[in-house]
Design a protein around this ligand. Structure first.
Ligand code: FAD
Length: 299
């Protein structure tokens, strides 16, 4: 641990958080508590996911409004183009911009029939995320993030094709890429080397997923083709009914991952919070993020 002492101050570490729109009142309450705890860490932005085909437009909008109002930090709207026409997507862009949103995460999204189903661009729609970046940048000089895949996107035939797609997104104006979650930092580092060799110079921000539920994470990882190393599965084996040890192991593993990334020179981190504050809060404190308000300790 001592290796990262002073990291945040010396290297100007920056963080962002990702939330999803709550599905019921109880989740709404958890989200409010999460915002109270995490906002004082002064993230660059808090982003809110968006369902395929605009399926979460209203809940995403409400969550964005809540962040602007409650957290007082910039909110970034994820936007997908799958299953929508350009006119529909452009209307959402204008609507979100009118709320004061100037940051977007531009995504293709997956067909509603599920990940792994063949993606077909919608007639009259944005063809993919690269095309959506163009649409966003033509509307205004928004700050635009895009997705990147250290283990390549499942539909990309190889790494060259995958990185070519990232290059198109960046050439069209994307300001940064945020990665899919991963557990082997070597994979991330190798990917960044490939990206740089392809002449892509924007930040490739690692997406960090603290493991709140190993089984649920493994199922999701399988669908995204994210490698869950055997050593990781070993650490969680037998902990299905032991929430306390599960949480301790999850914290230790994520702590090791982020401190190692800081050691490797990474300065920007995006946390997939799953709308839960504790693990992410601890990780940010660990790498030296102070934020602006000690009242977070009492929250
Ligand atoms: P793109 O970069 O456009 O393309 C990915 C791959 O799709 C390409 O490599 C290529 O193989 C293939 N492809 C692209 N265009 C075409 C085409 N015209 N025809 C055929 N194949 C094509 N999903 C959500 O629904 N909501 C979210 O809020 C959300 N947030 C995310 C945030 C991050 C940081 C990440 C990493 C992912 C997120 N996703 C979200 C998941 C994302 O939508 C999926 O991974 C999706 O499969 C690809 O989106 P993309 O923007 O990377 O696609």
């Amino acid at each position: 641990l001592s290796r990262t002492h002073g990291a945040a101050e010396e290297r100007n570490l920056r963080i962002s958080f990702e939330f999803f729109p709550p599905k019921n009142d109880a989740m709404e309450e958890t989200l409010a508590q999460t915002i109270t705890k995490l906002a004082p860490l002064s993230p660059d932005f808090i982003s809110v996911t968006y369902g395929a085909g605009g399926s979460t437009r209203d809940p995403s909008r409400r969550t964005l409004a809540k962040i602007l109002e409650q957290a007082g930090v910039p909110a970034a709207a994820h936007l997908t183009c799958v299953g929508s026409t350009k006119a529909e997507v452009d209307e959402v862009i204008r609507d979100f911009a009118s709320m004061g949103i100037s940051r977007f995460v531009a995504l293709r999204g997956d067909p509603e029939t599920g990940m792994g189903t063949q993606y077909v661009p919608t007639e009259g729609g944005y063809e993919n995320a690269a095309d959506l970046v163009l649409g966003l940048k033509a509307t205004s000089d928004f700050d635009v993030s895009v997705a990147a895949y250290p283990e390549k996107h499942p539909e990309s035939p190889d790494f060259d094709a995958d990185i070519e797609m990232l290059k198109r997104k960046v050439d069209n104006g994307a300001n940064r890429a945020i990665t899919q979650f991963f557990f082997e930092n070597d994979l991330y580092e190798r990917y960044v080397e490939r990206v740089r060799a392809a002449g892509i110079n924007v930040p490739i921000v690692p997406g960090i997923l603290p493991i709140h539920n190993f089984k649920a994470m493994s199922n999701f990882a399988q669908r995204c083709q994210t490698n869950v190393p055997a050593w990781l599965a070993d650490r969680f084996s037998g902990l299905e009914n032991d929430a306390q040890t599960h949480a301790m192991i999850a914290t230790a593993i994520a702590a090791d991952q982020v401190t190692d990334l800081v050691d490797r020179g990474v300065t920007d981190f995006h946390f997939y919070t799953m709308n839960r504050p504790d693990l992410v809060f601890a990780l940010c404190k660990l790498i030296g993020i102070k934020g602006n308000d000690n009242s977070a300790w009492a929250a």
